[in-house]
Write a protein of this length. Sequence first.
Length: 131
Amino acid sequence: MKTSLCTLAAILLFSPPIFCQSHAESHVVQSVSKDVIDRFKNPTPLDDREDLISIDYRETPVGVVIYDIASLYDRELITPPGLSDRCGNINIRLVQVTAEELLNIVVPLCGCTWKEDKNRIIVQWKKEQQS
């Protein structure tokens, strides 16, 4: 009987924290999912976001860097054909900047401009935009 009481005491002692932890984790997952859904329903312009990020790329195609920035802010990216082939690789390190600042620095490196349209970032050659 003594062994059973020790086992029961151990179960009661260790079970509630495990239950609370798993319940809290599922609650966090549910709230994150709701936030992501809300963000897709009502995307905010990049300049309205206050999130600061840092990037560090070494010998990376420009198209990959721009795609990563768009992905961080849940945006679809539309680029002209051959962007990375024409622009090549870049080395860039920026600390504590907004997405808009990142795009204003990275996109002109390859002779392009960008604009935001709803939930998309559109990158164009400078010549195409003037037409």
